[in-house]
Design a protein around this ligand. Sequence first.
Ligand code: F6P
Length: 559
Amino acid sequence: MQRSIGRSNDVTLSTIWERLDAQAGRVATRPLTALFEDRGRAAAFSVRFAGQSAAAAATDAEEMLFDFSKTNIDEETLELLIELAIAAGVQARRDAMFAGRRINETEGRAVLHSALRNPEGKVALDGRDVMPGLRETLLRMRGFAREIRGGGICGQGGPIADVVNIGIGGSDLGPAMACLALAPYHDGPRCHFISNVDGADAADTLRGLDPETTLVIVASKTFTTIETMTNAETVRGWMAARVSEPGAQFVALSSALEKTADFGIAPERVFGFEDWVGGRYSVWGPIGLSLMIAIGPERFDEFLAGGAAMDAHFRSAPLRANLPVLLALVGIWHAQVQGHATRAVLPYDQRLARLPAYLQQLEMESNGKSVTMSGQAVSRPTGPVVWGEPGTNGQHAFYQLIHQGTQIVPCEFLVAARGHEPELARHHRLLLANVLAQSKALMEGRGIKAARAIAAKAGFQGDELERQARHRVFPGNRPSTTLIYPQLTPRMLGQIVALYEHRVFTEGVILGINSFDQWGVELGKELANSLEPLLAGGARHETLDGSTAQLLDFIAAAG
Ligand code: F6P
């Protein structure tokens, strides 16, 4: 059986996992609060990352702080986790990825999205320098974005006022998440996103837009995705009803140049990328065009620079001070050692409202696997369910379960020390007070004594006091991490996104799986293709299962 690049033998790995299991047993009942008797704990179980270039350092401090001290990881646990990362070959595989080796072994592809954010870097794939092509596309994107923003390229009715990005999965979530995140930097046309094949998405998005001043971006790496192609045809029809040359207001972001030509998009309006950029890692290149048009090429460069700074850190920092590695090890400890099946991503940053959805694809499409690279069944649970909503909204919805439910949900808080609305300073103060309160409440909880005092104060007595008090107990000892940064700038967003990418990579290497394929999305696509003709009145296949047949009958009757 072939072994993946740099990986130690399985015996070494399973011994370390066993030692981690034993460690988990040892610390299971230890209160988190007890760990803080060590006054140096907060600093020791945190890492700071100053990703700024030397030139920017004097004016633009961009240091982020990742605090994982409110978890029950101690020095011994951390040493074991680092031993695990080393034995799994994280460093060797990381270096193989950056060197352009084909580490996506089931698809025979390299994984080089990091090259997109370092256009002046050097990367060769099978001896071929990939950078000139990448730089040429980036230059064309910049030129095009400037023309659209400056009115040099217009629609039939004048300067472009609205941009509609049609794409799904990685061809939607990245730019949609980043456009919202960087709203304070928008000084270009408004951006809209259509992804769902549900016609409601196109209908609601197009309502109120003027086809004569709208630019349409069809974003699809393969240019075959049924949702995107259906939406693209619908939007072309919408435009053709008012615009004499609709093709002139269409752009394609794709690696499938023949297919974009068949769709009628001129080659100079196609921005391509190669198969070494996976869909969920593609916001850094042409798929980010809507973002570049919204915030301008210079700000987009800052976003890239943030990602590149995180790459440099990931490649060079010792594992004990390496932010993506530590974030991954915390994830492994919670999901694979302690068995917590989900993790919540909780941005106290309204403009990161789409980050949980973005991370759902990044993490769950990457690490939701059941076989190892060599095709054997995995021996540990793989990627946890990732979910979340911005704070403080979530507090008034699902935090009840996080605080008092029977499942432990490790929480990952994100927050900016400064907002973009100095005139609304109190809002931000309240936001900060809430995020600090949540991680503290999760850790400390509230014991029965304090709960009894509260019940007594509310006027309860005797048995009723005891009953009421029990409902007011918080078990505490629930783990959380906090990623805090000065402000959500383009550069900071780049750092955050690259941080999570490398976290997913590191976890995938430790689990011995391929984080870069997504075979699990194929079966549903195939079945949808075979069911569509039945919905259009085609003959029923006799072997159709009873439930699906019943649902088809219901649809026909409602028809
Ligand atoms: O359904 C899975 C997937 O292939 C994702 O990985 C990808 O981001 C998305 O579909 C969209 O693919 P494309 O860009 O080829 O339309």
